[in-house]
Ligand binder design. Sequence first.
Ligand code: HT7
Ligand code: ZN
Length: 856
Amino acid sequence: PAAIRREDYRPPDWLVPEIALDFQLDAQATRVTARLTVRRQGAHGHPLRLDGGGGLLPVSVSIDGEELHDAWRIDGEQLVIDLPGDDHLVETIVQIAPAANSTLMGLYASNGLLCTQCEAEGFRRITFFPDRPDVLSRYTVRMEGDAALYPVLLSNGDQLDAGELPAGRHYALWRDPFPKPCYLFALVAGDLSANRDQFVTRSGRTIDLGIWVREADLPKTRHAMASLKASMAWDERVYGREYDLAVFNIVAVSDFNFGAMENKGLNIFNSRYILADPDTATDADFDAIAGVVAHEYFHNWSGNRVTCRDWFQLSLKEGFTVLRDQQFSADQGSPAVKRIEDVRALRAAQFPEDAGPLAHPIRPDSYIEISNFYTATIYNKGAEVIRMMKLILGDEGFRAGTDLYFDRHDGQAATCEDFIVAMEDASGADLTQFRLWYTQAGTPRVTASLTTDAPGGRARLRLSQSVPTTPGQPDKQPMPIPLKLSLLGAVSGAAMGGEHLVILDEAEKEVTFDGLTELPVLSINHGFSAPICLETDRSPADLAFLSAHDEDPFARYEAMQQLMLDTLVGAAKGGPVDHTPVIDAVRNTLTDPALDAAFVAEAVLLPSEAFIGDQLDAVDPEMVATVREALRADLGTELIDEWRDAYARAHANRYEYSPNAKGMRRLRSVALAFLAAAGAPDWAELAFAQYRASDNMTDRQGALGVLANNDAPEREAALADFYDRYAGDALVIDKWFTAQALSTRSGTVEAVEALARHPDFTIANPNRLRSLVGAFAVNQRAFHDPSGRGYRFVADMILGVDKLNPQAAARLVPSLGRWRRYEPGRASLMRDELERVLAVPGLSKDVFEQVSKSLG
Ligand code: HT7
Ligand code: ZN
């Protein structure tokens, strides 16, 4: 398959200002009539080219009311029509089969519902259309179907009309007044009930809100509704953005390729990001729901009112919207803990991507299949880049920039460059060098070294940077890297001279600090001000000091992580092992009464096995697990009284979803895991008691996870009880699969193979697939079993899933694609599996692109 290149962008030859769609809905055979008002753009003689996909063929084609029999042709998947004039009415009729559509793109059936997913290129599977985001149209949508099967008929915008028809059928007519690209089109038909509410905007307009689910699930929609209303108020307050239609609907579906979709006025959600109650959803689930509801809502401005010119600009809407949802979530709870969670996610998903064969800039230069570019780089690094812009311009300059961007480009399909220019114009800043963050892939490596003349004297900070080579980018230029830092007095712990912002914009830079009253300790990259890998020559004593005194909570957390990481990496490389500094630092943190439980729970967690592996040249997963387990066991044993104390203290009496209660629950399960690591004689009893007595899923899942990782009779009892208790609740049974797939216990590969034969397992549902196979593929110990069985299992899954759902299959490839990072034996087994996949005829573009790039 051919690559599509950013530099080949050309404006569309034909525009479609209006489209009227008529759906005769039927799960087996839906008839779609599309009436397109088309207008030639510019002076050219090119034919009208309408994209089709999934084998779409026209039943009929008419121009200006007259059916054509020979004036159109099919070229590849496109319908090509020669048109004589500049303005025409083109009508096509097609027939599609939603029930047979397992790709979950276009119009498909899920649990008796009919629903759509059009981003990025799903609309072409519904009807022939110029399926590109720079063609904006006003949509009128008429749906007709069986009134008993599909009592609710929803589309974008406002409902204009609805009524009964003969033979038990009915119809609804919707009109969206805002021009939009076809990727934002949506329809849903089915037997749904709504949680209805209202929101009054700051200008006094009342918006009708609806969250549509199966009737039995209505009680689980309260948190999503509260999150939606909070998001609407937040966007008005923080970005000055008000909602624009009279109606805002959300529908939850159980088969969905992603988290959710921001279709104009009709968001469609994976049910896992809507449905929650304390018995079935964890605190993390509640937080994720608030974040995703906010994200999709915020897209109404950053994505819908201002959309993307082409898919190379994806980060324009996704990076910006992730930043907005991160800011929202930080404002709802603890900003420090939220930042720690976001950085952990960035390091877990984006850093490895940026260091591997699939590395790409946040504005890529080419792709084969755009679905493969909904990546952690586009989303999370994209957010980090805009966060850095905000830091450089200041809060006021940034807000002036976003105001200008929204005003200037409202109703347009814009580019990343448009966003940067708006920032420059509004703030007066020169972002010329900053643009490198859009073009260069790879995580910059920064070294920082502080030297001091004497107390009362001067300190010199030497900084250097290098950006690693990535595929297609052998040479890199220095980036502007904003580093928030301070020098802490080694005795007082106070920041001498306050916080500084240093922009490292050359390969090397030296900064001096005068008038120091004490020996300084360097605290750097406050709040993770730049997405970099940092190396410093700070001693274990310095790091322990910072972990106890740093005023910046993120830097305090980071000092502890660095101390742990240095200890573990040193041990994995065969160096001397001294756990004492980590044990002392953890004791300090655990017993500091000034710290809140949520922060403590984050700070005392050891870096993951995967992250430790990322610091090594050739990963031996067994070695990593061994050194990490040794430190965990020592921490558990040496601090057993402190863990027992924390466990007892963190016992919240009654469930409440509040930052404090969440922190307590988190610390409780972390302490329980350390008690198990210590081999405390009562660990299994405690865990099983917690499992049984808990009145919420957070505590129950926390206990189940600890039991699932270890051997004890209580393990099987808890897993069996959990399954029986939640049988039939798909989102909870996903947790049951995941707890076992993530288990660090030996025998996990065989257990996962057996679970893949469980009657509840199916590769057709992306949530279930991710719950078992996706979770297993990030379980470093089990996936990298030296037998290579884990690799074979995942490769077989990729091949099986690819026949049904190429997007879901392609998402499993990166775990094998990281083969170069592992010791030679494993690397060659992983490579063999990728080659086996690539040799299979008829692979999708999605899997082909990921596998061939991983081998290349
Ligand atoms: N903008 C949405 C992306 C999305 C998607 C992409 C590919 C395949 C299926 C998909 N479903 C939704 C989600 C978002 O970022 O808000
Ligand atoms: Zn998004």
